[in-house]
Design a protein around this ligand. Structure first.
Ligand code: FES
Ligand code: FES
Length: 135
């Protein structure tokens, strides 16, 4: 099975590989695994006061399609609001990268990862509000 040119491009030149400070209240971290193959993807977003994602980083231990999916996703979410980023569907990623059916779950991993990162960020804001109220 051949990878598409776009997968190979993202695999060879992954965008936004790295880590953001997990302890930073403006950072959301999503860590998800694919039951189908055991691959793991970590995706982090940094959100500004206006609720816009200003930075995104990923680390993926997985196949070329998973790496390409997360690399593409970090490019897509930068500059988006949390609501916009939460609407990204794995099918859009799979279509952009021309993933074959057996690699669709790799793009699902990316969708799950951004949703988990958003949820983590929002959970942190709620914690802060509660702390503020009880203080
Ligand atoms: Fe996960 Fe492809 S099976 S690397
Ligand atoms: Fe499992 Fe790609 S994430 S084969």
């Amino acid at each position: 099975m051949a990878y598409s040119d776009k997968v190979i491009d993202h695999y060879e030149n992954p965008r936004n590989v790295g880590t953001l400070d997990k302890g930073d209240a403006s950072v959301g971290t999503g860590m998800v695994g694919a039951p189908a193959c055991g691959d793991v993807m970590k995706l982090q977003i940094k959100v500004n006061a206006a609720g816009v994602i200003e930075d995104a980083k990923f680390k993926t231990y997985g196949c070329g399609s998973a790496i390409a999916s997360s690399s593409l996703l970090t490019e897509w979410v930068k500059g988006k609001t949390l609501a916009e980023a939460g609407e990204i569907k794995n099918t859009q990623i799979a279509e952009e990268l021309a993933l074959p059916p057996v690699k669709i779950h790799c793009s699902v991993l990316a969708e799950d990862a951004i949703k988990a990162a958003i949820a983590d960020y929002q959970g942190k804001q709620n914690d802060n509000n509660q702390n503020a109220q009880s203080a």
